[in-house]
Write a protein that binds this ligand. Structure first.
Ligand SMILES: NC(=O)c1ccc[n+]([C@@H]2O[C@H](COP(=O)([O-])OP(=O)(O)OC[C@H]3O[C@@H](n4cnc5c(N)ncnc54)[C@H](O)[C@@H]3O)[C@@H](O)[C@H]2O)c1
Length: 247
């Protein structure tokens, strides 16, 4: 129960990696602020599940692209639990297609949610963390942001941008005892990867030395470590969780 008394905000946590991360942080003792878009069909169910397991949880529905929604999320978190110790910028989407077919909307939607959303949440939450003189910010990047991927110019750019945001945040906020790190998951079993064609999945498997896809829990365990005091001297780093895909 290393996170007893701490509060964690996890964006896009209705399902998938965000849900697994929120669950891990809850199991470590943290109060949980779930966030997802209002049209999410899973966030209420996730909150019920968490409550049934005895975790302290509130739901804040909102779009991370919208500064008013982000402000509302932060206000509700502070009202409910008095502080925010951990922010996990997890909300993300893909709009995969080759660059020549990629529309400006495909580009803007992905950059707005994956990168601008993380900026807005970091800015809003860091005001609370600066007053507390402590905090941990964890950004969910991707191996695509490190090595690029055909068909993912928008997604790769957003995830590479998150790495830059991570390092700048780490440098700006370190003097207030706030760290910022990123994780770069590889192929993780989730709704996002379920839709990949079998041929693409088989090709990926061949390039993963551990010869398996990751699980949401593989990612959640590392985020749990980065959210805990055990990682206090780690700042501005990108930790790959990819079975050795990128090295
Ligand atoms: N699955 C993978 O293999 C993989 C690999 C590397 C990185 N990631 C990253 O992990 C994160 C989670 O991915 P996932 O696989 O769980 O995907 P997912 O689609 O299952 O979950 C993403 C969640 O974010 C929410 N969301 C989307 N737009 C939002 C917005 N504007 N505001 C708030 N919430 C929003 C969705 O409703 C959904 O619940 C993403 O940032 C993704 O890029 C995933």
């Amino acid at each position: 129960m290393q996170l007893r008394g701490k509060t964690a905000v996890v964006t896009g946590s209705g399902r998938g990696l965000g849900k697994a991360i929120a669950k891990k942080l809850a199991m470590m003792g943290a109060n949980i602020v779930l966030n997802d878009i209002p049209s999410s069909d899973s966030i209420d169910k996730t909150a019920e599940e968490f409550k049934a397991e005895g975790y302290n949880v509130i739901v804040t529905k909102g779009d991370v692209r919208n500064p008013d929604d982000v402000e509302d999320m932060v206000n509700k978190a502070v009202e409910a639990f008095g502080r925010i110790d951990i922010l996990v910028n997890n909300a993300g989407i893909t709009r995969d297609t080759l660059m020549l077919r990629m529309t400006e909307k495909d580009w803007d939607d992905v950059l707005d949610i994956n990168l601008k959303g993380a900026f807005l949440c970091t800015k809003a939450v860091s005001k609370v963390m600066m007053k507390q003189k402590s905090g941990k910010i964890i950004n969910i990047s991707s191996v695509a942001g490190v090595m690029g991927n055909p068909g993912q110019a928008n997604y790769s750019a957003s995830k590479a941008g998150l790495i830059g945001l991570t390092k700048s945040t780490a440098k700006e906020l370190a003097s207030r005892n706030i760290t910022c790190n990123a994780v770069a998951p590889g192929l993780i079993k989730s709704n996002m990867t379920d839709v990949l064609p079998d041929k693409v999945k088989e090709a990926y498997l061949k390039s993963i030395p551990l010869n398996r896809f990751g699980t949401p829990e593989d990612v959640a365990n590392v985020v749990g470590f980065l959210a805990s005091e055990d990682s206090d001297y780690i700042n501005g780093q990108v930790i790959h969780i990819d079975g050795g895909l990128v090295m």
